[in-house]
Design a protein. Sequence first.
Length: 379
Amino acid sequence: MVEYNSIIIHYGEIALKLGRRPYYEKLLKKNLEKKLNRKLRRLRGRLVLKLEDSDWRILSEKIGRVFGVVWYAPAIHVKKDIEELEEKIIEALKQEDIRSFKIYVKRSDKTLPLKSIELAEKLGRNISNRLNVKVDLENPEKKVYIEVTEDGFYLFFDKIAGLGGLPTGSSSKVLSLLSGGIDSPVASWLMMKRGCYVDLLHIHSSLTHDEVLETKIGKIAKKLSDYSLGLTLYLASFKPFFLKSFELPPKMILVAFRAYMLRLADRIARSKGYLGIVTGDSLGQVASQTLENLYAVNMFSQTPTYRPLIGMDKQEIVDLAKKIGTYDLSIQEYRDCCAIIARHPETRVKPQELRELWEKHNLEETVEETLNNLAEYEF
Ligand code: ATP
Ligand code: MG
């Protein structure tokens, strides 16, 4: 077993944002420190975590859920001493039965007299002779990476892909409409990926708010929170709308419910400072998700609505849900309120028609009633 003593963490895109680079770096460092409950060191273009006596695998899993990290690697930190570096590589390679290797050097500290290529050649030659293993530049069996930093050498063998994206908090906060389906957790996650704080609003048909926390909704909120620095779940009761729905033409109920949900989210957004609403709509996925319907319901919100899944196929969404870890939760049994609503909805509702329906049945009052009994939970 190779004895790692550090993890080096690389970020890509945030380094490209020239003017904002120090800001993004500091934010990513702060977020990682919060998630890992550890102090990190910032070197030029990378962050380093000293392992001390903790298991790198546990920390690694957490780093894999932090947005802004492009890749990371458990590494061996060696002081700026080439002989010692060579010994460490020998020690590691000896443990495996390999036929070939290649050394990759990246030098961000220019005080070392050897150029990257010179260091790679020197080490390659020495190690090849000592272990009797050949250097293969084309197709090496084992890749040996060395980063030369102002803090000495970092030696590692496996790069682990991070999630990419931007650090949490680099964008403002949005409110995501969370259903019991597969789509909306994925939509929420994609907004988190772009640096937003994402809070969730769910409308449920349970008797009490607390009951909902025991269902998959609570579990999905927890899962999403793992990718962020905590989040708020708002729970609203389906009851006010449900009672109202008996007055509405059956074909219009689902579209009216969509308008009502957006309006509800809009009211919360404006009172609490959310700059966007998020939904898991995907164009044409179900009968109610037509451009006509989306157009009509959009009028009920002043807050911009973001639909990150709009152009995705169901299979792509499912694949992403599996990667995120929400898929297995989303497919659990649950009494979603949409399931209570009529099966054959209007597919091309006219904005004017929806507006008239809203006025005639005073749906604004239904929104008001729902708002009066809203619950908030922290995850
Ligand atoms: P599925 O994954 O089965 O398609 P869905 O979550 O996409 O489920 P839809 O009926 O397609 O559900 O609803 C479209 C969007 O409306 C959802 O993605 C979600 O953003 C929002 N939504 C639906 N039902 C609720 C609800 N009960 N509470 C909050 N938002 C909801
Ligand atoms: Mg859907």
